[in-house]
Ligand binder design. Structure first.
Ligand SMILES: [Zn+2]
Length: 417
């Protein structure tokens, strides 16, 4: 396949524009979708005032994401069409001509540049929008520290990984893809093992759940459901936001159950146990393995497609470079993949939403379904959750069904008993 640099440039611009346009259309559809008045059967979730507030919250986040979308699109398109990426590459070559160090500097600078460009939006989202609705508890100090830690992690963990990937590419040529695949799988399993023991503690304090009725109830549940696990910890999520969450991470007996302090604070013990029963459902029904398998397949497929476009001289020229440059082509491949990611998302999100229904049904067999329904209702209400996203928006982006959909499915289960 030998396309001219001009055709390839048009393809790159087309891919970016397609993804951007689809995103904007979906966002507009979503924005105009919710009914102005809350349907009566959901009156137990939101008061009319709270519902109006939830709609206002949705509008503000929509405006911000449209603005961010435009800013990102214009910045990338501007650099692409002006040959700016090749310009940055040529500048770095002036003082560091040796790949892969040159490549690392190039990718690192783009990462830092794009993060700094979006910094005003991140600040506005956290300290204005989230604060206005009472969700934000992040102090400027925590925000700054998080940023520095993220950059340090990108440097210390991301840097060596990208260096490894580049070395494999330069050494093995087109055959790099399956070797890089093995590396990616090893990293993802390793992250699963190290997430709660190494990564999460960098950002949060994890303390053992104290002895008491809740811990006792959790232990009884996990014993009854044959859910092997290690620590049960409480995470201080409240230092950033008032929103609640629960999850587990790791494998086998080393799994850590993480409950956020917001969850423990806002929910009854029965509700917390119901939320945990749902999470255990994902494990018992093997959703975790299915998700890992699918992610392995898509990673492999993407790396294989990458091997077909990464060595194209025309692609580097389309980006404005005068010779083949590996990192410029990596960037170009990322642009080409952006609409493909949207398609992959359609499939994986649809699967994930079905798994959510199944995990809910599993939980409803283990604990009173009313407890799970109460927990879901409270989660939605406390986070001013969007009860009525547009169905097309849900298809594209939602990994979970909406709360009214989940409550309806649970209601059907309760009615059957
Ligand atoms: Zn779930």
């Amino acid at each position: 396949m030998d396309l001219s640099p001009h055709t390839l440039l048009a393809l790159l611009a087309g891919a970016l524009t397609l993804e951007f346009a689809v995103g904007q259309i979906l966002a507009q559809l979503n924005q105009g979708y919710p009914p102005p008045k809350l349907p009566e059967h959901l009156g137990h979730l939101y008061t009319p005032e709270k519902y109006a507030r939830a709609l206002e919250y949705k509008r503000e986040r929509h405006r911000l994401s449209v603005f961010g979308g435009w800013a990102g699109y214009l910045a990338v398109m501007g650099l692409l069409l002006s040959g700016g990426f090749a310009g940055i590459d040529a500048w770095i070559r002036g003082f560091e001509p040796n790949t892969p160090w040159h490549s690392l500097l190039f990718l690192g600078m783009l990462y830092l540049g794009s993060d700094l460009l979006s910094l005003p939006i991140q600040l506005y989202a956290t300290f204005v929008v989230e604060a206005r609705y009472g969700f934000n508890t992040t102090t400027p100090g925590t925000f700054l520290l998080d940023k520095l830690k993220t950059y340090a992690l990108a440097l210390l963990v991301g840097g060596p990984l990208v260096y490894g990937l580049l070395t494999i590419i330069l050494h093995w040529g087109t055959g790099f893809w399956w070797r890089a695949w093995i590396l990616a799988m090893a990293v993802s399993v390793g992250m699963g093992y190290l997430y709660t023991s190494l990564l999460l503690p960098i950002f949060n304090k994890l303390s053992p759940l104290p002895e008491g009725p809740l811990l006792h109830a959790i232990q009884q549940l996990t014993l009854r459901l044959h859910f092997p696990h290690g620590r049960v910890v409480c995470m201080d999520a409240s230092k950033r936001s008032t929103k609640a969450n629960a999850f587990f991470s790791g494998f086998g007996r080393q799994k850590t159950i993480v409950l956020t302090d917001n969850l423990l604070h806002d929910h009854t013990d029965a509700e917390t146990v119901a939320v945990l029963a749902h999470e255990i459902g994902h494990y018992t029904l093997r959703h975790t393995w299915v998700q890992m398998g699918i992610s392995a397949i898509t990673t492999g497929a993407i790396l294989f497609i990458l091997s077909l476009v990464l060595f194209s001289l025309g692609m580097s020229k389309a980006m404005g470079a005068s010779e083949w440059v590996v990192h410029v082509n990596l960037l170009a491949a990322g642009m080409l993949f952006s609409p493909i990611n949207l398609v992959i998302g359609l499939f994986t999100n649809s699967l994930s939403r079905r798994q959510e229904y199944r995990a809910d049904a599993f939980a409803a067999e283990q604990v009173p379904a009313q407890d799970l329904a109460a927990a879901l209702g409270r989660l939605a209400s406390n986070s001013l959750d969007d009860l009525f996203p547009h169905p097309a928006y849900v298809r594209a982006y939602y990994s979970h069904p909406t709360i009214p959909e989940r409550l309806e499915a649970l209601g059907a289960l309760i009615a059957k008993d």
